[in-house]
Design a protein around this ligand. Structure first.
Ligand code: AMP
Length: 359
């Protein structure tokens, strides 16, 4: 097992080479670490800024062994990391953070909501279904309209269907491929908020101010942070984040997506056991951003301050919007973050801008 804290000069492994891996690698490099990226894609954005890259599947035993040989601490940038990969890495002496329980919970919407409710983090009412008949019963139980989601592998609004009447549930279940689903009561939320938080190896917890988030077509478009919220809402978010982090014995940064209901009650929509798109504002709104915070946590370093030093509007640059970089680069209040992706497919996250304002 690695000795902690990790010393500058040592190597941190990252499963996944997308933009989150790239920004983690940049933060790690600022602290003097080398980074090793494992990603099936030869041209992955993070691989191009890393000291070591392994181009292979996440379940490739040889590549995992090579990763464990250079990196004593391994983390990841997406939640669908195979459990077997984590077990292999751990078996070879690598410290994997966040740990297997965080992955188990985040990979299955039923396990996730069950965990959240058991740890005092409220959610909408929900019911699970494994068959068309059970899907009808689940919608009857939670009440229509309801949102049916596949238990596994949905993201950016994919793998979801609104069900207006219980009678439509069997059709929605079939359209989602007949895979196990969770049926959620519709949340009549006022706003979507999120909280980014971190827990260190020593159990210390640091929570960033809330972000207010706006989605289009299931994809995050815009975040504003710190969100204008009451002290009661900020307190709830902190308490919810702390309960989740402690309940998972978590190490690293977590993203918690929230619904703000009328009257200010918060419900948790979902958790992401990684750095999160709604935390990109911290790059230009905080002294220590979510990427450095995550690296500090997994390396066994002290966590950094989370107070906002500026107010930020973060806008994702999707598809060919990043081609407008000249205009953004010319705006004095705008910080441009581009991911180096070659292929600007519609809706693909190519970069983001942080427009920095006074607090
Ligand atoms: P998710 O994939 O679970 O993050 O959901 C994507 C988006 O769908 C959320 O950001 C919400 O805008 C919306 N959504 C998810 N679950 C619910 C729900 N139970 N009620 C109302 N809207 C929801």
């Amino acid at each position: 097992m690695a000795d902690l804290p990790l010393e500058p000069g040592q190597t941190i492994g990252i499963l996944g080479g997308g933009q989150l891996g790239r920004m983690l690698a940049e933060a790690a490099s600022r602290l003097g670490f080398d980074v090793a990226i494992l990603d099936p894609e030869p041209d992955a954005p993070a691989g191009r800024v890393a000291a070591h890259r392994f181009v292979a599947g996440y379940d490739d035993p040889k590549a995992l062994a090579a990763l464990a040989a250079v990196a004593s601490v391994v983390t990841y940038e997406f939640e669908n990391v195979p459990a077997a990969a984590v077990a292999q890495l751990a078996g070879m002496g690598a410290l994997v953070a966040p740990g297997p329980e965080a992955l188990r919970v985040a990979q299955d919407r039923l396990a996730e909501k069950t965990f959240l409710n058991a740890h005092g983090a409220p959610t909408v009412a929900f019911a699970a279904a494994d068959s068309a008949e059970a899907a009808v019963a689940a919608v009857e139980q939670v009440g229509a309209p309801a949102l049916m989601k596949t238990r596994r592998e949905g993201y950016d609004g994919k793998g979801q269907r609104w069900v207006e009447h219980a009678a439509d549930a069997a059709k929605a279940f079939a359209e989602l491929g007949g895979a196990p689903v969770i049926v959620e009561a519709a949340a009549a939320f006022e706003r979507e908020l999120s909280v980014i938080a971190a827990r260190g190896r020593d159990g210390a917890i640091a929570v960033y101010p809330l972000a207010e988030n706006h989605h289009e077509g299931g994809i995050l478009r815009r975040s504003i942070a710190p969100a204008r919220v009451s002290a009661a809402v900020a307190d709830q978010a902190e308490r919810i984040a702390a309960r989740i982090l402690a309940g998972l014995d978590y190490v690293g940064v977590i993203g918690v997506e929230l619904f703000e209901m009328a009257g200010g009650q918060l419900l948790v929509n979902e958790i992401a056991p990684r750095v999160h798109n709604t935390g990109h504002w911290t790059q230009d709104g905080c002294d220590v951003d979510q990427f450095e915070q995550h690296i500090r946590a997994v390396a066994g370093w002290p966590l950094g301050p989370t107070a906002a030093v500026a107010r930020v509007e973060m806008l994702n640059l999707l598809g060919d919007e990043a081609a407008g970089w000249r205009r953004f680069a010319a705006e004095p209040e705008t910080r441009l973050h581009l991911y180096g992706k070659r292929d600007a497919k519609p809706g693909r996250k190519m970069g983001h801008i942080n427009r920095v304002k006074g607090l």
